[in-house]
Design a protein around this ligand. Structure first.
Ligand SMILES: [Cu+2]
Length: 89
């Protein structure tokens, strides 16, 4: 799956790690950017999505490139919990 952002530096991207319908924790990690949970607080590159919960994050798409977004549990990533974030220059 590819997530395309608007032009780099011009966009604040919000996305939702939504609908964790499992009973597992998912430490979702974004390469190339940091973000804030719900738009405030410390900047992070990994957020745990707890079972049956949703997390929303905001980041500035100011680092052009192809960046991986994935669950840090390797077997989850291998099972498909990963995406490409295509951040335009
Ligand atoms: Cu996971």
């Amino acid at each position: 799956m590819t997530i395309r952002t608007a032009r780099g530096g011009d966009a604040t991207v919000r996305w939702v790690y939504g609908g964790n319908t499992t009973d597992m924790w998912h430490p979702m990690h974004l390469h190339g950017h940091t973000y804030q949970l719900d738009g405030s607080g410390p900047r992070k590159d990994t957020a745990i999505v707890l079972p049956k919960k949703t997390v929303s994050v905001f980041f500035d798409a100011d680092n052009p490139g192809q960046w991986m977004l994935h669950c840090h549990n390797a077997y989850h990533g291998e099972a498909g919990m990963m995406a490409n974030v295509d951040c335009k220059a």
